[in-house]
Design a protein. Structure first.
Length: 208
């Protein structure tokens, strides 16, 4: 006589469903990390090997850097003059939707040389927190981004330097501990090696 197995209890069914959900969630996270890693690798490969050939624009101005106060994605605010006497690099970019822009900041964060030289890097975008934070999470950028309504970007003459009218391109402004703008660089290639950025800053600040 064939015996039938008793139906699993409700608790056992819930445990089985939870285990299945955990397995699916783990698989989704693994796939998501793999996709992100692939995208970052492609961005770095394209930018790093110079497949975009537009030449950078660089120069010096030695003028007083316009002061500003901006909110950040973490809810705090930053006033530029409060960071003195430490030097600052302002990093303007197209912001949300520009993968290489966010990867740029994520790679700068990984370089210990900026902190060792006492240089603060401030990423500035013309976005809301809700717009830029998903990109930050996707590409691993943890430095809070400053949220500009266009006033600061205009003051530093970085608007219309990229592919989109009315937005910044991909540029950096170096400000010394006295609040003097010492160097700027715009990079249509959408990438600058963090080592090269650090070397540029240290040379201009006589930190070598």
């Amino acid at each position: 006589m064939t015996q039938t197995k008793p139906a699993p209890s409700r608790r056992a069914q819930l445990r089985q469903q939870q285990q299945a959900d955990l397995t699916k969630d783990k698989r989704r996270r693994t796939i998501g990390r793999a996709i992100t890693t692939t995208v970052v690798a492609l961005i770095l490969a394209v930018t790093g090997y110079g497949l975009w050939s537009a030449a950078p624009e660089q120069g010096t101005s030695d003028v007083v850097a316009p002061d500003f106060t901006l909110p950040r994605t973490d809810g705090s605010t930053v006033t530029l003059s409060n960071l003195r006497p430490g030097p600052v690099i302002l990093y303007f970019s197209e912001g949300a939707g520009c993968s290489s822009c966010t990867v740029q900041m994520a790679e700068i964060e990984k370089h210990p040389g900026f902190a060792e030289a006492g240089i603060t890097v401030l990423p500035i975008v013309m976005n809301t927190a809700e717009q830029i934070m998903p990109d930050m999470a996707m590409f691993g950028a943890t430095t809070p981004f400053l949220l500009d309504d266009g006033t600061v970007s205009k003051a530093y003459d970085v608007l219309d330097k990229g592919m989109h009218p009315g937005l910044p391109g991909h540029g950096f402004v170096l400000i010394d501990g006295d609040g003097i703008q010492r160097w700027y660089g715009n990079y249509p290639s959408m990438w600058l090696e963090p080592d090269k950025l650090l070397d540029e800053a240290k040379n201009r600040l006589d930190l070598t």
